[in-house]
Design a protein around this ligand. Structure first.
Ligand code: PMP
Length: 401
């Protein structure tokens, strides 16, 4: 099976050179079935969900709920109503920071994040802390990129209201021990939110085994459309938290005296949902599941190993994130070459990578850098592309140094 043939965008050239797309941690490309699903809905089956009784409205509603079931199965949530459709990871984390914060956080409390978080899993908690007079605490990581789990017990206290941690770091690629964090947190009655943006694209996730209380991810990083994602939350929290936004579809009844809210999950899905995006996400998940996911995981590990071997033999290049458990990401910097210049020279060779602070400035500060270059892999990347990256970097180095 040639996986690349499912992704029409990949066959294009950039300035006459074959596209080598290695910016998958920023966003992944879409298989034809996702493009066709979204097109089909826009061309022949579009009716607003949960409202109309006409045929198209009913069919869209059924397909929207089927997409929720696809997400539920993929992350192994116990109940479909524990899956809330959101605009993406950022939206899911902000939902929790607001609604959980309103219900449980007061002045003097603490929220614990890690030093390797994406800005999306830092700033919403800072905003919450500012609103409530709470304090943000930070669990550091070692030079290798491993979280300092030895420091965790001292950072969890009676004041800790929630721990927020990335499943996989978008810079270092390290897979964090989220189940161990959940166990330690739950022993003290503290819930855990996992930022799954970089966890979900590389294989099914089991939120019950992880025993996290919240898990947020984005559809566009797992071969789905942009503007759609999902938040898993344990039913207990969804019942106890107030709504995040008010509007149509999230209510049972409205009077000027009192409004009552809809049952889960609709209480947290105010307004017209991005149902076309959600159905596209469902198609993406079903597509991904139809590939042999074990084989894909082995293939991506091979790409990562090959990239690590090739890149660490390039003089002057340092890879950040050197732990045994890594997934799909290799980030690096040269001592005397600016990351933006490198990325631009690579682009001229048709190689797309990400450069800059990677939305994780504290990680850059930790290593005393202004930025890095990141290559990130998806199911359709090949060993030839990894070799093209290594050769492209050698060429860029000779041009720029
Ligand atoms: N967290 C992590 C770890 C990420 O990699 C990203 C995307 N770069 C996000 C959060 C934010 O995702 P989105 O922009 O799709 O909301």
């Amino acid at each position: 099976m040639n996986i690349r043939s499912f992704f029409p965008l990949l066959s294009q050239t950039i300035d006459g050179k074959p596209l080598v797309y290695l910016d998958n941690a920023a966003t992944s490309q879409k298989p034809q079935v996702v493009i066709d699903t979204v097109n089909e809905l826009h061309t022949s089956l579009n009716g607003n969900i949960h409202r109309g009784v006409h045929r198209m409205a009913e069919q869209c509603t059924a397909r929207y709920e089927a997409a929720r079931e696809s997400v539920r199965g993929y992350i192994n949530a116990a109940k479909a109503h524990e899956v809330i459709f959101t605009a993406g990871t950022t939206a899911g984390i902000n939902l929790v920071a607001f609604a959980f914060g309103e219900r449980y956080v007061k002045a003097g409390d603490e929220i614990l994040v890690t030093e390797m978080e994406h800005h999306s899993n830092i700033v919403p908690w800072q905003l919450l802390c500012e609103r409530k007079g709470a304090t943000l605490k930070v669990l550091p990581f070692a030079h290798s990129g491993e979280l300092r789990m030895d420091m965790l017990p001292a950072l969890i206290s009676k004041k800790t209201k929630l721990i927020a941690v990335a499943h996989v770091s978008n810079v270092l690629g390290v897979v964090n021990p989220v189940d161990e964090i959940s166990r330690a947190a739950h022993a003290l009655g503290v819930p855990v939110l996992v930022d799954g943006a970089q966890g979900v694209p590389h294989g099914p996730v089991d939120v019950q085994q992880m025993d996290c209380d919240f898990y947020a991810f984005s559809g566009h990083k797992i071969y789905g459309p942009t503007g759609i994602g999902a938040l898993y939350a344990k039913e207990k929290y969804l019942n106890e938290m107030p709504p995040y936004q008010g509007g149509g579809d999230m209510i049972k009844s409205v009077t000027f005296a009192k409004t009552t809210y809809a049952d889960l999950p609709y209480k947290f899905e105010a307004g017209t949902a991005n149902y076309i995006g959600a159905i596209g996400l469902g198609a993406a998940i079903e597509f991904f599941k139809s590939l042999n996911v074990n084989d894909i995981q082995l293939h991506e590990e091979k790409l990562l190993r090959c990239a690590t071997d090739r890149l660490q033999s390039i003089g002057g290049l340092t890879i950040y994130g050197n732990t045994p458990r890594k997934s799909g990401i290799v980030s690096f910097a040269f001592k005397n070459i600016h990351h933006l210049d490198l990325a631009q020279v690579l682009d001229k060779q048709g190689i797309a990578v990400r450069s800059g602070t990677l939305c994780a400035e504290p990680v850059m500060q930790r290593y005393g850098l202004t930025g890095m270059v990141r290559a990130s892999f998806a199911c359709y990347n090949t060993l030839d592309e990894v070799h093209a990256l290594a050769e492209g970097l050698e060429r860029a180095k000779s041009i720029l140094s």
